[in-house]
Design a protein. Structure first.
Length: 281
């Protein structure tokens, strides 16, 4: 890695991702560290940053639209019986320090701050691993600890009254192309079929690239997938699908997602093989 604020992840000596720790962004975008660009081993970009359709989509990272009423996702807030509403309620994730920095990964400490108060302290662990000559894996773990004296609940537009919009948690804004990407799991295909389902892995495939997302812990695999392909290409793991999880004071919520980044358009067998290699059986 090089640079104080933009470490570069490398796999077998090749740069595959840039991590921005202190972005200069408007408060409305809920400033937070992010990975962009992320590329395949052949150099194809598979992320987008602040696209015109959703300025608050920032490559790969952790974004939560409702932490006890504070917006760490960016943009408008979905308010029950009112719909998407402009509110002055945006929080920010602030990089504190790297506990570890290597060419293939890092361990980072962050503070989630809103309205002048620290709500959560995060430890984020990111590692890049070569799988084959045309595929590598991004291993992303985040641990959120409640540092306040009261329980903190996590919500989404879905828990606030907008069915199907359970975004919030690990989120990957993918590359937008002329044709919408394909999306499938081991036994389902298409956005309508896979959105909101629980599956060990989910694949998003573009013209010359594939992303395969896998929950790497039993608890992570219980979170449904949030999927968009037609409106924009994006995949997330839903922390608040149909209820608001609560983090008690001093307690920690942990999730781990491993994403296979591959050149070419994988089929289900190819995706499953790479997931086994990246995560294990």
């Amino acid at each position: 890695m090089t640079g104080n604020d933009s470490p570069v992840l490398r796999v077998a000596g090749r740069p595959v991702g840039r991590y921005v720790t202190r972005p200069e962004l408007p408060a409305r975008l809920s400033p937070r560290p992010y990975l962009h660009p992320v590329t395949t081993l052949a150099g194809t970009a598979v992320t987008e940053f602040s696209p015109a359709d959703h300025l608050h989509h920032l490559g790969v990272g952790v974004a939560v639209p409702d932490v006890e009423g504070h917006n760490f996702w960016g943009g408008r807030t979905y308010v029950r019986d009112r719909g998407p509403t402009e509110l002055d309620n945006h929080g920010a994730q602030r990089h504190t320090a790297f506990q570890l920095r290597d060419p293939d990964g890092f361990v980072e400490e962050l503070r989630w701050v809103a309205a002048g108060t620290e709500l959560l302290r995060e430890r984020r662990t990111v590692a890049a691993t070569e799988l084959t000559g045309s595929a590598w894996a991004l291993d992303f773990t985040f641990s959120l600890t409640n540092v306040t004296g009261a329980p903190l609940t996590i919500g989404s537009p879905a828990t606030n009254g907008r069915p199907g919009a359970a975004y919030g948690g690990f989120f990957w804004r993918a590359r937008k192309e002329d044709t919408a990407p394909g999306v499938f799991t081991a036994d389902r295909e298409g956005e309508r079929e896979v959105h909101g389902t629980r599956a060990d892995w989910l694949a998003l495939t573009g013209d010359t690239w594939s992303l395969v997302f896998a929950g790497a812990t039993e608890r992570t695999r219980r979170d449904p997938w949030f999927v968009r392909t037609e409106e924009y290409p994006g995949v997330g793991s839903s922390l608040a699908y149909d209820e608001r999880p609560a983090i008690a004071p001093g307690d920690t919520l942990v999730r781990r997602i491993v994403t296979v980044v591959a050149d070419g358009r994988l089929d289900a067998d190819g995706a499953a093989t790479l997931v086994r290699k990246a995560v294990g059986p």
